[in-house]
Design a protein around this ligand. Structure first.
Ligand SMILES: Nc1ncnc2c1ncn2[C@@H]1O[C@H](COP(=O)(O)OP(=O)(O)OP(=O)(O)O)[C@@H](O)[C@H]1O
Ligand SMILES: [Mg+2]
Length: 458
C-alpha cells in the first residue's frame, strides 16, 4: 500500500506544488487541507506523514501539532515555515516535529526528508506489531491453571500488575516464572513500555554491571562506544531480573542503590542517572534462606520481594497436568500442521503419575515430541519420552492396594489411591456396587461417577 501523506497549508500555490511532486511525480497517496481543523478531522485515517504549515488561519500550526501529539504520539510531522519564524519552529521541534523546511522548498531535501520520515514510521509500526506478538505470550488466558496453588498465584498476578511494587517470583525450574513475569508486564499499566529481561546467570561476571547500567566510551578495553544499560532501556517499562540469586555481592550493592535511591551510573561515567522502571525478579533458589546464610544481601532481598509470588511445582498440582497437556497439544498441532486429537488412556495415566522434575517445560517438550512422533490422531505411550516410560515401568504406576504405604518414601497421588480404593472395594464385595459404596463411605452417585472416571465396569 502507498503511504498516505497529509499536507496542510492555506497557501494555494504551496498545495499545488506539493501535489505536483508528492502525488504526480513520487506517487504517494496525498490529501490536501487548507486548515488545521480539517486535518484534525481526518486524523482517524492514520496518515503516515503530515507536512504542516506553521502559520495557518484558525488554529495555528503549533496548536494543530499539539493536538496531533495528544491523539497520536507516533505520526511524523514536518513543519513548513516562512522566514523569521525560527522561534516558532524551535517550539514545534520541542513538541515533537521531526523536521522543518523553509517555504522556498529545496526538492531534493524534501524528497529525502519525506523518505526518511516514512521509513521511520514503518519501522515503528513493525516494532509495534512485534511487541504485540510478544505480548501474546504474556496473555493471561495462555496461562493454564485450575483451582489450587497455581490459581492462587494468578490471583496475585492480578493484584500486582497495575502497581509498581517489586515482585519476586520463586519456583523450581520450568514452573513458569518468566511466563508470569511477562503476564505482569503485558497486562499491567506499563504494557506499552519495554519489557527488558536480564539473565543474571548467563552474563559473565565482569560484564554484568555494564549490561545492567551501561558504560561510557573507553571505560574498559573493548568499550569502543557509549552503551546504554538495561536499566536505561527499560525506562517506562519493566526490567526482569532473571536468576537474581546468582548475582554477585558487589553488584547486589549497586542494584540496591539503583532500587532504593533510583540512581545509578554507567561504568566509567560520573553522570548520575535515573530510570523509571518496575522491577520483577525471579529465582529458583530459596532466597530468604540464602540471605540468612549471608549468601545474598538481606536488605536487597526485602526490596526485591516486597510482593513475593511462589509458583508450585507440577507435582504439587497434578490436576493441571491434563489441562496443560491439552493446551500444548493445541499449540503444537497448530505449529506442526498436525491433527493429533487425543492422548491414550494409558499415556494419560503415565503423564499423570510422572513426577516432572523439569515441571511444565518438561511436559511441554514431551507433548511437542509426542505430536511430532505420533502417526495417527492419538498419542500413545510409545510416543512419550523415555524418562516417562521408564518411571511407569520402574516405580509401578499401579498401587498395590494391600500395601499402599509400605514403601515409606513413596508419595502416592491421591487420585491413584482413590482409583485403587474403588477397585479394591468392588473386588472385596464381589462387584456389589451399593455395598462397595457403603464401605467406602460415599454416595451411590459418587460411586458411579468414580467408576465412570476410572473406567471400571460394574
Ligand atoms: N501455567 C502455564 N500454562 C501454560 N504454559 C506454561 C505454564 N507454565 C509454564 N508454561 C510454559 O512452560 C515453559 C517454561 O516456562 P518458563 O520459561 O516461564 O519457566 P521458568 O520458571 O522461567 O524456568 P527456568 O527457571 O528454567 O528459567 C514455557 O514455554 C512456558 O510458556
Ligand atoms: Mg526462566
Amino acid at each position: 500500500m502507498k503511504p498516505l501523506i497529509y499536507v496542510v497549508d492555506d497557501d494555494h500555490s504551496v498545495r499545488r506544488l506539493m501535489e505536483h511532486w508528492l502525488k504526480t511525480k513520487w506517487e504517494y497517496n496525498l490529501q490536501l487541507f487548507s486548515s488545521g481543523e480539517q486535518c484534525l478531522e481526518a486524523l482517524d485515517l492514520s496518515p503516515d506523514l503530515i507536512i504542516l504549515d506553521v502559520m495557518l488561519p484558525g488554529i495555528s500550526g503549533v496548536e494543530t501539532l499539539r493536538e496531533i501529539r495528544k491523539r497520536d504520539a507516533d505520526t511524523p510531522v514536518i513543519m513548513l515555515s516562512a522566514q523569521g519564524q525560527i522561534d516558532i519552529v524551535v517550539e514545534t521541534i520541542k513538541l515533537g516535529a521531526m523536521d522543518y523546511f523553509p517555504k522556498t522548498i529545496d526538492l531534493n531535501k524534501l524528497e529525502l526528508a519525506v523518505r526518511n520520515a516514512l521509513e521511520m514510521q514503518s519501522l515503528k509500526r513493525e516494532l509495534h506489531q512485534l511487541r504485540s506478538s510478544v505480548a501474546q505470550t504474556g496473555r493471561l488466558d495462555n496461562i493454564i491453571a485450575s483451582a489450587g496453588p497455581m490459581e492462587d498465584a494468578l490471583k496475585l498476578v492480578h493484584k500486582a500488575k497495575d502497581s509498581d511494587i517489586s515482585v519476586l517470583i520463586q519456583g523450581e525450574s520450568g514452573t513458569g516464572k518468566e511466563l508470569i513475569a511477562r503476564a505482569i508486564h503485558f497486562n499491567g499499566k506499563r504494557k506499552d513500555g519495554p519489557f527488558i529481561a536480564v539473565n543474571c546467570a548467563a552474563i559473565p561476571r565482569d560484564l554484568i554491571e555494564s549490561e545492567m547500567f551501561g558504560h561510557e566510551k573507553g571505560a574498559f578495553t573493548g568499550a569502543v562506544a557509549r552503551k546504554f544499560g538495561k536499566f536505561e532501556q527499560a525506562s517506562g517499562g519493566t526490567i526482569f531480573l532473571d536468576e537474581i540469586g546468582e548475582l554477585d555481592l558487589n553488584l547486589q550493592a549497586k542494584l540496591l542503590r539503583a532500587i532504593q535511591q533510583k540512581q545509578f551510573e554507567r561504568v566509567g561515567g560520573t553522570e548520575v542517572l535515573t530510570s523509571d522502571v518496575r522491577i520483577v525478579s525471579a529465582t529458583n533458589r530459596d532466597l530468604m534462606k540464602a540471605s540468612r546464610n549471608k549468601e545474598f544481601r538481606e536488605d536487597l532481598y526485602y526490596r526485591l520481594a516486597s510482593f513475593p509470588i511462589m509458583l508450585p511445582s507440577l507435582r504439587e498440582r497434578r490436576s493441571d497436568v491434563l489441562m496443560l497437556a491439552e493446551h500444548f497439544l493445541n499449540v503444537y498441532n497448530k505449529r506442526e500442521g498436525k491433527k493429533v486429537r487425543v492422548i491414550s488412556r494409558k499415556a494419560i495415566k503415565m503423564l499423570y503419575d510422572y513426577p516432572w522434575p523439569g515441571n511444565v517445560r518438561e511436559l511441554e517438550s514431551a507433548i511437542e515430541r509426542g505430536v511430532l512422533l505420533c502417526e495417527g490422531d492419538m498419542i500413545t505411550e510409545d510416543d512419550l519420552p523415555i524418562a516417562v516410560r521408564a518411571f511407569a515401568e520402574g516405580e509401578g504406576v499401579s498401587v498395590p492396594a494391600d500395601s499402599v504405604f509400605e514403601n515409606q518414601s513413596m508419595i502416592i497421588p491421591l487420585e491413584a489411591l482413590k482409583e485403587q480404593a474403588v477397585k479394591h472395594a468392588l473386588k472385596v464385595t464381589e462387584g456389589n456396587i451399593l455395598e462397595a459404596a457403603k464401605k467406602l463411605h460415599i454416595s451411590r452417585s459418587t460411586m458411579y461417577e468414580m467408576m465412570k472416571k476410572y473406567e471400571i465396569r460394574g
